[in-house]
Design a protein around this ligand. Structure first.
Ligand code: GAP
Length: 513
C-alpha cells in the first residue's frame, strides 16, 4: 500500500473501531484535536505504563512526578519560552496557506535524500551483485553533486536559524525555488516569528499580571520541583524525575492526524548529573532509549537518529529519534543535553537556591540535565502504523489485522464460546472470571467463529480462546494466535502461564532489565 494511503486507512480504521475520533465531531470538529475512544484509551494507557514502568520501576534512581499544568507565569519567562519559543512562519499569498519556513526547508532536504536513494537504486540495478553502496555514494558524480548542494543548504539554514535571520531564511526558500504545495506558486510573504504558547487569564480580572500559560512542555514542572523531590526522596546524583502529562502548543501547521496537535501528551524524564558528565549520560540515554523503542518489535529499519541542526536555546547536544511514519521519517522522541540552563534560570528568577549538596565531597553545585522526551500520541501513531496490515489469505478472503505488540494490545484475550448453548457460555464465563483480574478480555458469542476472529484481528487482540464441546470433556481450550492464525489446544490450567509468557508486563519489560 502507498504510504499516503496508509495514513488514510489508519485514520478511518481508528474511527470505525473506536481508537481515535475527531474531537467535537457533532459540531464539525476542532482543528488538530482528537479524542481517544474506548480502544484508543486502553492502548494509550498501555503505552504509558510501558514507559512509566521502564523508567521508574526498572531504575531505582528515577522517580515519578505529576505537576500542575498551570504554573507561575515567571516560570516561562525564566525558561526562555516567552521570548524564544517561536516558529518562523511564512504565508503563501496565493493559497493563503501558512507554513513553517524551517519545515519547508527540511522537506526540501528530505527530497534531496530521496534523490540520492533513487541514484543508489539505479546503481544497484546496473551493477548487480558487484554493487558497493559505500563506494558508489562516495564517488558517483550525481550523488556528490546532490550532497554538496544539500550541505550548503543545511549550513545556510543553520546559520539563518541560529542568528534568527528571517530575511535570509526567506531568501533561501526563494533561491531554492520552493513552491507552495497547494497553489504551486513562489509568491511568499516575509518570514515572521510566532510564539507557540497558549495563554489564558487567572481569576476574574484579566490583565497583564494575571496572564498565565498552558504549559508547552512538562519539563518545567520537573525543574521547579527538583529540590522538593531530591530532598524528600533523599535522591543522590545521578538521579531522574519522570512525568507524563498534557502539553499545549499553538502549532502553525497542525496536521497529519495525531502527529502534530495543539493539545498532546508528553512523557519526559530529566536526569540530573554532575557538571562535566552530561555528554557521557547523553550517550547513555540515547542507547537506552534506542533499545526501549526496538523492544517494541516494530522493526529496526523504522527508526533512525537525527542530530539537530539548530540547538534549542537550552541545549549543548540534541538529537531526535525518528520513526518511519506513513508520511516518512519524522521526530518521535527528543534527547537533549540541557546543561544547567533551566535550573540556573529558575535560581535567577525565583531568588531561591537550586543547588545540590554532595555529602561525599562536600561540594555544592547546580546539576546538569539530560532529558528524554517522547510524544505519547506519536508513539501511538507509530505503533498503529507499523501494526496495520491488510492480508489476503490462502482461500482468497481478506483480513485487516493490527499486529500490536501483545503486551500493549487494548484487549489481550477474546473469549469465544463456539456456540451459544450446551453450557459453553457458562464455561466461557468461568474462564473469563479466572483471567480478568490480570488481563483485559473481550467476551463475544455473536456471529460465526470466523467473523468473531476477524473482529478481534481488526482491533489487535493477540489471543482468542475458544470454548467447545471438548472443553467440557477434558478442560482444554483452543488458543488462536492473531498473527499466525495457528490454533493450539491447551489445558485451562496452563492459560495463566501461557499468557504470562506472551502478553504480561514482564513479557515486554523483561528484555530491558
Ligand atoms: N521538553 C523538551 C521538548 O518538549 P520537543 O522536541 O519540543 O522537546 C518532545 O517535544 C516531543 O513531544 C517530540 O519529540 C514529540 O514526540 C512530542 N511533540 C511535540 N510537539 C507535538 C505536537 N504538536 N503534537 C504531538 N506531539 C508533539
Amino acid at each position: 500500500m502507498e504510504q499516503k494511503d496508509l495514513l488514510k486507512e489508519i485514520i478511518s480504521h481508528c474511527k470505525e473501531y473506536g481508537f481515535v475520533f475527531p474531537s467535537s465531531e457533532i459540531y464539525d470538529g476542532l482543528a488538530a484535536t482528537y479524542d481517544y475512544g474506548q480502544l484508543g484509551a486502553e492502548l494509550k494507557n498501555n503505552i504509558k505504563t510501558y514507559w512509566w514502568k521502564s523508567m521508574t520501576q526498572l531504575n531505582s534512581n528515577i522517580v515519578g512526578l505529576d505537576s500542575a499544568i498551570f504554573m507561575h507565569p515567571t516560570i516561562w519567562k525564566a525558561s526562555g519560552h516567552v521570548d524564544a519559543f517561536n516558529d518562523p512562519l511564512i504565508d503563501n499569498k496565493d493559497s493563503k496557506k501558512r507554513y513553517r519556513a524551517d519545515v519547508l526547508l527540511e522537506e526540501y532536504l528530505e527530497k534531496q535524500t530521496q534523490k540520492i536513494q533513487k541514484e543508489v537504486e539505479k546503481g544497484e540495478k546496473r551493477f548487480g551483485d558487484s554493487f558497493d553502496k559505500e563506494q558508489f555514494i562516495a564517488t558517483n558524480p550525481n550523488v556528490l553533486r546532490i550532497k554538496e548542494k544539500q550541505g550548503q543548504v543545511q549550513e545556510r539554514m543553520k546559520t539563518a536559524l541560529n542568528d534568527s535571520n528571517l530575511e535570509d531564511l526567506r531568501q533561501l526558500i526563494i533561491d531554492l525555488e520552493i513552491v507552495c504545495p497547494i497553489s504551486g506558486s513562489k509568491n511568499w510573504t516575509e518570514v515572521r516569528q510566532f510564539n507557540l504558547m497558549f495563554s489564558t487569564s487567572l481569576g476574574s480580572v484579566a490583565g497583564e499580571s494575571a496572564t498565565i500559560y498552558l504549559r508547552p512542555e512538562t519539563a518545567q514542572g520537573i525543574f521547579v520541583n527538583f529540590l522538593n523531590v531530591q530532598k524528600s526522596g533523599r535522591m543522590k546524583i545521578p538521579f531522574g524525575i519522570a512525568q507524563i502529562g498534557k502539553a499545549f502548543r499553538n502549532e502553525i501547521v497542525a496536521r497529519q492526524f495525531i502527529f502534530r496537535m495543539r493539545e498532546f501528551e508528553q512523557m519526559e524524564m530529566q536526569f540530573f548529573v554532575k557538571p562535566g558528565e552530561e555528554l557521557t549520560w547523553y550517550e547513555h540515554w540515547k542507547e537506552v532509549r534506542r533499545k526501549w523503542h526496538l523492544n517494541l518489535g516494530l522493526g529496526e529499519k523504522n527508526y533512525r537518529f537525527h542530530d539537530h541542526i539548530k540547538l534549542a536555546h537550552y541545549a549543548n547536544a540534541a538529537c531526535d529519534i525518528e520513526f518511519n511514519f506513513p508520511m516518512g521519517f519524522k521526530e518521535l522522541e527528543g534527547i537533549h543535553s540541557r546543561t544547567d540552563f533551566d535550573l540556573k534560570q529558575h535560581e535567577l528568577h525565583s531568588g531561591k537556591k537550586l543547588h545540590y549538596f554532595d555529602p561525599s565531597t562536600n561540594e555544592s553545585f547546580v546539576p546538569y540535565v539530560v532529558e528524554t522526551s517522547v510524544g505519547l500520541d506519536r508513539l501511538f501513531l507509530s505503533v498503529l502504523s507499523a501494526s496495520y496490515t491488510e492480508e489476503t489469505l490462502e482461500d482468497g478472503s481478506e483480513r485487516t489485522v493490527l499486529k500490536i505488540p501483545a503486551a500493549l494490545a487494548p484487549y489481550k484475550i477474546a473469549i469465544l464460546p463456539l456456540i451459544k448453548k450446551d453450557g459453553l457460555p457458562e464455561k466461557a464465563q468461568e474462564i473469563m472470571r479466572m483471567l480478568q483480574l490480570e488481563y483485559t478480555i473481550q467476551y463475544d458469542e455473536k456471529d460465526s467463529i470466523g467473523k468473531r476472529y476477524r473482529r478481534q484481528d481488526a482491533i489487535g487482540t493477540p489471543f482468542a480462546i475458544t470454548i467447545d464441546h471438548e472443553t467440557l470433556e477434558n478442560n482444554s481450550v483452543t488458543i488462536r494466535n492473531r498473527d499466525t492464525m495457528i490454533q493450539e489446544r491447551i489445558a485451562i490450567e496452563s492459560l495463566p502461564a501461557f499468557l504470562n509468557t506472551h502478553c504480561s508486563w514482564p513479557s515486554i519489560l523483561g528484555a530491558l532489565v
